[in-house]
Design a protein around this ligand. Structure first.
Ligand code: SF4
Length: 367
């Protein structure tokens, strides 16, 4: 079979406390997990569970649901019970829903210091209930809803303001001996966001949930999140991630997973190494790469497949990959682990690669 060396990780992770979020460990060196959030009305139990199932199938490991009303709070027990992945209740303004979420068996509760001013006198009760139930709390600071006191102090939601808000809220919980906390300090600007998480990481050892908030439509949001998470994760900062896109949440999970794979923080799945094509290309590289990608979609093994347009870098890249093709003169040289196993006419390149990929996958023990 093909030897399976794990990809090299980008950095040593900063040590953080470990949280158990409904069976998924966050922090303390546990693998960085991918989260998303449902877009359904939470009280619509069937729709919400259906979307959670889709997210689970896409590789989402923790899911958050919004709880803006009593109906939503009442839906939590069944959703928490039936979801196959841990469910986090997202609560703003209403302390009573925090207790409802804890009672419902949610894996964690997210609160927002900027929107819970009324919470401060309830922290003792929340800490007690959460501690008894073993329910972690995420303190989720967001630039758009920064605590007004800090907004006045700093003039705008700076990195320092976000961090101060988060650590202030932590201190209220700490006064009651509660430390099962993770933190996010989200901002729409990756530059501010990166700075905020760096500061936070220097000042506490709570696990950090990375997010660029209001990141935008799919393309822009993907770039912003990849850049921001890449910068932080490459410094060892970040224990769980949520990509926010104005797009279906399954897309968020795909992007989050791809970011972790790119950084070697997650075993890579199928990876197509294809050249950008240039004036030397002797084959339609875009079409070839697309057809190979489509043909191998869902293959449950880490496989690097090189699709190269000519013989300049073609043989080199194809040799480095598990499987590859270097095209030229209407033919494709097919490589498996550095050896040319055959040369086929251009029309047979795609089917040959797919056949070989399936054979290798079978050797790797895929079903
Ligand atoms: Fe151009 Fe060949 Fe490189 Fe592809 S592999 S970009 S066709 S030189």
């Amino acid at each position: 079979g093909i030897p399976q060396a794990p990809p090299p990780a980008v950095a040593t992770r900063k040590p953080t406390r470990t949280l158990d979020v409904g069976g998924v460990l966050v922090g303390g060196g546990a693998p960085v997990s991918v989260q998303s959030m449902t877009t359904t009305v939470t009280a619509d139990v069937n729709a919400t569970l259906q979307q959670i199932a889709e997210l689970t199938a896409a590789g989402c490991q923790i899911v958050r649901v919004a709880v803006p009303s009593q109906d939503d709070a009442e839906a939590l027990p069944i959703i928490a019970k039936k979801s196959k992945i841990p469910v986090i209740a997202d609560i703003h303004f209403q302390p009573k829903y925090v207790f409802a979420a804890i009672d419902a068996g949610c894996a964690a509760v997210r609160v927002n210091p900027g929107n819970i001013k009324k919470f401060d006198d309830k922290i003792a009760e929340i800490a007690k209930a959460a501690s008894q139930a073993g329910t972690p709390i995420r303190i989720g600071v967001n630039a758009g809803s920064l605590d007004p006191r800090l907004l006045t102090k700093y003039g705008k939601p700076t990195a320092e303001a976000l961090v101060e808000s988060a650590l202030w809220e932590c201190s209220l919980f700490e006064e009651h001996g509660f430390r099962d906390i993770k933190i996010s300090v989200k901002h729409h600007d990756p530059v501010v966001m990166i700075r905020a998480y760096r500061l936070l990481s220097q000042q506490c050892d709570y696990p950090l949930h990375l997010g660029v908030t209001e990141a935008g439509p799919a393309f822009q949001g993907t770039v912003k999140s990849a850049v921001a998470f890449g910068a932080l994760l490459s410094e060892g900062i970040g224990d769980t991630i949520r990509v926010s896109l104005s797009a279906p949440p399954v897309e968020e999970v795909k992007v989050g997973t791809a970011i972790l794979e790119s950084l070697g923080l997650r075993e890579r799945g199928l990876e197509i190494v294809s050249c950008p094509s240039c004036g030397r290309a002797q084959v339609d590289v875009y079409k070839l790469a697309e057809e190979v990608t489509a043909g191998l979609d869902g293959l449950p093994v880490p496989l690097r497949v090189a699709v190269m347009g000519c013989v300049v870098n073609g043989p080199g890249e194809a040799r480095e990959a598990d499987l590859g093709v270097a095209s030229g003169n209407g033919k494709g040289q097919i490589f498996v682990k550095g050896e040319v196993i055959k040369t086929v006419p251009e029309s047979q390149i795609v089917e040959t690669l797919i056949t070989e990929a399936l054979r290798i996958a079978e050797e790797m023990g895929a079903e």
